[in-house]
Design a protein around this ligand. Sequence first.
Ligand code: NDP
Length: 255
Amino acid sequence: MSTVPDIATLRAYQPRPDLLNDRVILVTGATGGLGRAAALSFAAHGATVILHGRNRRKLETLNDEILAAGHPAPALALIDLEKAQAPAYFDLRDQLASQYGRLDGLLHNAGLLGGLMPIEHHPVDLWHRVMHVNLTVPFVLTQVLYTQLQASPDASVVFTGSGVGRRGRAFWGAYAASKAGVENLVQTLADEADGQGTLRVNCLNPGRTRTPMRNKAYPAEDPATLPDPDSLMGPYLFLIGPDSRGINGASLDCQ
Ligand code: NDP
C-alpha cells in the first residue's frame, strides 16, 4: 500500500487540471452540498460525471452548469434511493455499460441525517430509512457496479464517513450507526479487493461543512464559520483520481 497522506498533505494537494480526463465517475447525491461540489470539481478536472439525484430539476440545473462551463457532458441518473427497487440499479448499470463501456470512479456521497434524538425515542421506520440510504444503498450500488469497476484500469470507490461513525455520540442514532457500518464495509471491500487488481476502496470524512445537512443538524450555528464544500475538494480529487493508486482500505479526514 502507498503511504496514506496526513490531513495537511491532503489539504495541500494540487491536482493537475486534466487529472480525471477520460474517466467516467458516478457521484451519488450530486445535487446536495458536498456532492454538487464534487461533481463540478470532477467535471472541471476532465471527468465525465454521472450525476445521481432524486430531483430532476436540480439534476438538469447542475447538468446545464457543467455544460456551460465547457466540461465533458454529464449523464443523469434519476433514482430516489429510498424507493428504488433492484431494476433501477440494473438499469443504471446497463446505461453505463452501453453509453460508456466503463466506470472508473464511484463516490458514495448521498446521505440522510434522519433526526437527532435519543435512542429511547428513535422511530424504527426512521432507523430503517437512514440505514437504507446511508449503508444498504452504497452496498447495493457497489455490488451491482463491481464488475465494471474491476474492469477499469484504475478504479476508485470512495465512501463518505463521519466523525460519529468512528465514535457514537448521544442523539446521533441511526446516522452514527450507519456511518460506522460504512467504515466497516469499506474495510471488508478493501480486504476483498486487495491484490485482485487496481480497484481501491476508501472512506473520506469531510468533517463539518456548510451544507443543508449540517444546517439541519446544527440550526443555531452560523454557517459562515464552516468551511465551504469547494474548499474540501482537494482530498476528494486525490482519492477519486490516479494519485491515490495503491491506497486501499484507508479512512481519511478532510479536516
Ligand atoms: P446534503 O443534505 O446537502 O446532501 C445530501 C445529498 O443526498 C443530496 O443530494 C440529497 O438529495 C441526497 N439524498 C438524500 N436522500 C436521498 C434519496 N432518498 N435519494 C436520492 N438522493 C438522496 O448533505 P451533505 O452534502 O452535507 O452530505 C454529503 C455527505 O457527507 C453525506 O454522506 C453526509 O453524511 C456526509 N457528511 C457531511 C458532513 C457535513 O458537515 N455536511 C459531515 C460529515 C459527513 P436532494 O438534493 O434531493 O436533497
